[in-house]
Design a protein around this ligand. Structure first.
Ligand code: FDM
Ligand code: MG
Length: 237
């Protein structure tokens, strides 16, 4: 067996509508894993850091400060994911569990909700790392409205969230676990954690796969031979 595949970490993504509780659950999961001495790292997309040009632009776009057409915004969100692809792989190979708050599925669901085609959006995300599990926090769009600070950002309207909800439905595959966003934090943590611990066990010796693409990252992957891509322009990490 290839040595670099010994006990890789699991790649976990949290997805769901605005106000579904992804960020809260992510923090609780990180705490639980740390308590179990399991190496873990939290990441989120988009990265809104003001010290990189894409993060700053996306932040202004989301808070309705500037306009971007759907294709442009899609590609800016996607670029942030590709910019840290190598770093994410490296962390997984070091044995770290990655807990990621939103990923390509948000990219696709929100862009499809704006009217872009599913095929176009999926093609743009193709070749990113494929999560071992997508934990989807299922929230009725009309329920999000009742949660705090709803409506402050660009996409926080029930009408738009209905479309996002329908678009997410089209992305479901065998890596998805559906959790009810209406459950208590304790129930959610218990259920998410058991899925994560199982994924750690099942995938420890399996290569990381690529999203919407057949083929895996194996030892001969050019990704491993390349220096990790680092720039202050695209990534603040
Ligand atoms: N969003 C997020 C997108 O439209 N595309 C993407 O690729 C990603 C990652 O950005 F409205 C949208 C989804 C949401 C906003 O909000 C990010 P949060 O509340 O900070 O997660
Ligand atoms: Mg939000």
């Amino acid at each position: 067996m290839a040595t670099n595949l010994l006990n890789r970490g699991a790649f976990i993504v949290l997805e769901g509508l605005d106000r579904s509780g992804k960020t809260t659950l992510a923090y609780l999961l990180v705490k639980e894993l740390e308590q179990r001495q399991i190496p873990v790292e939290f990441m989120r997309f988009p990265d809104r850091s003001k010290d990189n040009v894409i993060g700053d632009t996306l932040n202004k776009y989301l808070s309705s400060g500037i306009e971007l057409n759907p294709e442009t915004s899609h590609m800016l969100f996607t670029t942030q994911r590709f910019a840290v692809k190598d770093q994410m792989l490296q962390k997984l190979m070091e044995g770290k569990v990655l807990i990621v708050d939103r990923y390509a599925h948000s990219g696709i669901a929100y862009s499809v909700a704006k009217g872009l085609s599913l095929e176009w959006c999926k093609a743009k995300e193709s070749g990113l790392l494929r999560p071992d599990i997508v934990l989807y926090l299922d929230l009725l769009p009309s329920e999000g409205l009742k949660r705090g600070n709803y409506g402050e950002e660009r996409f926080e309207t029930v009408q738009f969230q209905e479309k996002v909800h329908n678009a997410y439905d089209q992305l479901l595959d065998d890596s998805w676990k559906i959790l009810s966003a209406h459950d208590t934090p304790e129930t959610l943590v218990r259920s998410a954690l058991s899925n994560i611990l199982r994924a750690c066990e099942l995938n420890a010796h399996k290569p990381v796969e690529l999203l919407y693409q057949s083929g895996r990252l194996d030892e001969k992957s050019p990704l491993k031979e390349r220096q990790p891509f680092r720039t202050n322009v695209l990534s603040s990490q």
